[in-house]
Design a protein around this ligand. Structure first.
Ligand code: FVH
Length: 300
C-alpha cells in the first residue's frame, strides 16, 4: 500500500536496506516522512517503493535527498566504502549512523564527518527489526545535542525509547557493548541452566517463569550496586562474596556430575576466588567490579 507523505515532515534518507534498514525505512513511511532509499542490492528496495519510498539512482543522490540521512550497514568498513566518495554531499545534513561498531570507530567517523561539514550522530539500536517503531525498541544516540534536537521528532518514529546520551560520539557504542555483554550473560546463564535440567531429565521449560522473576529481582539490586561502585565501598547487605563463592562451587560440581559443560560456572568461580584472594570475601557482590576493572590475566 502506498502511504501519503506529510508535507511538514523532514525528508529522510535510509542507506542500507538489510533487515534493519528496511524496518527503519518502513517506520518513516508509516509516519508520513518523504523517504528516499538506497541499497547496494537495489531489489531490496522494491517493497519500500510499493509503500511510497523513492529509490535514489546513486549513493550521492541518496545523500542529497535527505535532510536527515540514516545509514545502517553491516559494518563501518562498508559505511566508509560507500560514503567516503560522496563526502561533500553531506554538507549541511545530519548523518545518523546506526551501524554497529566500536567506540573508536564512532569517534573516527565523527572526525571524518566534521571534515565534510556534516553534523554526525552515532546511534545504536537495542532492538530487532520487528520491534522498530514500537514500544519494544530502544535507540540511543550520541553527538551534538543540536543535531539530535533538530531531528528528534523523526527519530521518534523509529523507537518509543529514543535516548540522547551526550556529546561524546563514543557513548552509544560503549553502552551497546555493555548491554550486549549483559544480554549474553543472561542468555548463556539460561542456556547452561536449561542444559543442566535437560541432563537430569527435567523439562527446561519450567525454568522460564523462575528466570523471569529472578531477572526482575536481580534488576532491582542494580541501583544499589551502582551506588556502591560510585562510592567504592561494598558493604554486604545481603550475601558476602564468600557465600556466593560456595554456591558457585555447587554449580560447578552439579554441572560436572551431570556431564554438562562446566566452563562458565568455573570461570565465574575463578573470578570469585581472585576477589577472595584480594581480601574481598567479606564484601558484597558488587566488589567483583574490581576483578572486571583489571586487564585480562592480571595477577590478584
Ligand atoms: N538485525 C538485528 O537484529 C540487529 C539489531 C541491532 C543492530 N544491528 C546492526 O544493524 C546493522 C545492519 O544489520 P542488518 O540486520 O540490517 O544486516 P543485514 O540484513 O545483513 O544487512 C546488511 C546491509 O549492509 C549492506 N552492505 C554490507 N556490506 C556492504 C558494502 N561493502 N557495500 C554496500 N553495502 C553493504 C547490505 O547490502 P546488500 O547486501 O543488501 O547489498 C545490507 O544493506 C549491523 O551493523 C547490525 O549489527 C542489527
Amino acid at each position: 500500500m502506498t502511504r501519503k507523505h506529510n508535507a511538514d515532515r523532514t525528508p529522510v534518507t535510509v542507506i542500507g536496506l538489510g533487515l534493519m534498514g528496511q524496518a527503519l525505512a518502513q517506520a518513516f513511511l508509516r509516519d508520513g516522512y518523504p523517504t528516499t532509499v538506497w541499497n547496494r542490492t537495489a531489489a531490496k528496495a522494491e517493497p519500500l517503493i510499493a509503500q511510497g519510498a523513492t529509490l535514489a539512482d546513486s549513493i550521492g543522490d541518496a545523500v542529497a535527498a535527505g535532510e536527515l540521512v540514516i545509514v545502517c550497514l553491516s559494518d563501518y568498513d562498508a559505511v566508509h566504502k560507500l560514503l567516503d566518495p560522496v563526502g561533500d554531499a553531506h554538507d549541511g545534513r545530519v548523518l545518523v549512523n546506526l551501524t554497529s561498531g566500536t567506540s573508536a570507530q564512532a569517534r573516527e567517523t565523527a572526525e571524518w564527518a566534521a571534515r565534510h561539514g556534516s553534523a554526525y550522530l552515532d546511534g545504536v539500536i537495542l532492538a530487532v527489526p520487528p520491534g522498530i517503531g514500537t514500544a519494544d525498541a530502544i535507540i540511543v544516540y550520541s553527538g551534538p545535542r543540536q543535531a539530535f534536537d533538530l531531528h528528534e521528532p523523526a527519530l521518534r518514529s523509529l523507537a518509543a525509547a529514543t535516548t540522547y546520551l551526550g556529546d561524546d560520539h563514543a557513548l552509544s557504542s560503549l553502552h551497546d557493548m555493555a548491554v550486549l555483554g549483559l544480554m549474553w550473560g543472561v542468555l548463556n546463564g539460561f542456556l547452561h541452566g536449561a542444559a543442566l535440567l535437560g541432563a537430569a531429565g527435567v523439562d527446561p521449560a519450567g525454568l522460564v517463569p523462575l528466570v523471569r522473576q529472578g531477572i526482575g529481582i536481580v534488576t532491582d539490586w542494580l541501583p544499589g550496586y551502582a551506588q556502591q561502585i560510585a562510592e567504592g565501598t561494598y558493604p554486604a547487605f545481603d550475601a558476602t562474596i564468600d557465600t556466593h563463592r560456595a554456591a558457585m562451587e555447587h554449580l560447578v560440581r552439579e554441572s560436572e556430575s551431570l556431564g554438562v559443560n562446566a566452563e562458565l560456572p568455573r570461570f565465574i568461580q575463578d573470578l570469585a576466588d581472585r576477589a577472595v584472594a584480594d581480601g574481598r570475601g567479606g564484601d558484597g557482590y558488587a566488589a567483583m567490579i574490581e576483578q572486571f576493572r583489571k586487564p585480562s590475566g592480571a595477577p590478584s
